[in-house]
Design a protein. Structure first.
Length: 255
C-alpha cells in the first residue's frame, strides 16, 4: 500500500509544482462552466417549463457535478496521445499497471478537491444549494462510478492502441459521447419521451449521472446500485482481458 500512496503523493506534487497561482486557471474554468448552467436552470424553471425536478434539485445537481467532476467522469493520462513513451514506462516499474494509473490519477485529483471543491462546498448554502446528499447510497454509488470510470479508461486505452495515429480523434468522440450519455451535463430525469427510463440502463448511465441522481433524490437507489455493479463486473472483465492482449500491439514514440 505504501508504494501506491507514494505514487499518489508524487502525482499531487507534480500538479502543484508551479505553485498555487498555477491552479487559478483551472479554478476559473470550472467557475465559468458552472455559472452559465446555474442561470439556464433558473431561466427554465421561472419560464414555466415543466420538468420533473425542482429548481433546488437542478442547481444542486449541477453544483455537485462541478465539485466532483474529475471523479464522476474519470480521465487518466493513458488515453492521451502517447508521444513521450509514457505507456511503455508503466512496464518498467515494480508495480502493477492498473495500480500505477489509479494511484497517480487519485493523487492528481487532490489539489482541485482542496483548492476548489472544498471552498465551494463551504459557501454552497449562500447560493441556495443543498450540499448534503438526499441518501447515503450516494457514497457507494460514487465509489462504483469511479471504479467503472477507470475500467472504461483502460478500455479506451486499448482502443487508442488499436487506432494508433487517430488517438486525438478518439478522445474528441469519446468526450462528446460520455458527456451526454453519462447524464452529468443534462440530468436524465428532464429528458423527454421517457428517455430517462432507458438512459440509466446503458453503461455510461452508471457514471456521473447515477450518483448525482441519488444525491438530489430523483432516482431509486437499488436500481442505480444494481446497474453499476453489473456494468463494473462486465467492463472490468473486458478491460483486464483486452489490456493483456493489447500490450503486444503497443507502439511508443519518442525517446
Amino acid at each position: 500500500m505504501q508504494k501506491y500512496i507514494k505514487t499518489a503523493h508524487t502525482a499531487l506534487r507534480g500538479k502543484t509544482n508551479g505553485g498555487i497561482v498555477y491552479m487559478f486557471p483551472m479554478i476559473i474554468l470550472k467557475i465559468i462552466y458552472l455559472v452559465p448552467l446555474m442561470f439556464i436552470w433558473r431561466i427554465l424553471t421561472q419560464g414555466g417549463v415543466e420538468i420533473e425536478m425542482t429548481l433546488i434539485q437542478l442547481l444542486t445537481y449541477t453544483y455537485v457535478n462541478a465539485l466532483l467532476a474529475d471523479m464522476l467522469i474519470v480521465r487518466t493520462y493513458m488515453t492521451d496521445w502517447d508521444f513521450d513513451s509514457k505507456s511503455t514506462a508503466l512496464f518498467t516499474r515494480p508495480m502493477p499497471v492498473f495500480g500505477q494509473v489509479i494511484s497517480r490519477t487519485v493523487g492528481e485529483w487532490v489539489p482541485a478537491l482542496i483548492m476548489f471543491s472544498l471552498p465551494m462546498a463551504v459557501i454552497a448554502p449562500l447560493f441556495g444549494i443543498q450540499i448534503m446528499p438526499f441518501t447515503l447510497w450516494f457514497i457507494p454509488s460514487l465509489i462504483l462510478c469511479v471504479s467503472l470510470g477507470f475500467a472504461l479508461e483502460f478500455i479506451f486505452f486499448c482502443i487508442t492502441l488499436r487506432l494508433r495515429n487517430v488517438s486525438w480523434l478518439t478522445q474528441v468522440i469519446r468526450s462528446a459521447i460520455v458527456s451526454f450519455f453519462s447524464g452529468t451535463v443534462i440530468p436524465f430525469r428532464i429528458l423527454p419521451f421517457g428517455l430517462d427510463r432507458w438512459m440509466g440502463y446503458q453503461p455510461f448511465g452508471s457514471l456521473g449521472g447515477a450518483p448525482l441522481a441519488l444525491f438530489v433524490g430523483v432516482a431509486e437507489p437499488m436500481r442505480i446500485i444494481t446497474m453499476q455493479l453489473i456494468w463494473n463486473v462486465v467492463f472490468w472483465g473486458i478491460a483486464i482481458l483486452w489490456f493483456q492482449k493489447s500490450k503486444e500491439r503497443m507502439v511508443s514514440f519518442g525517446g
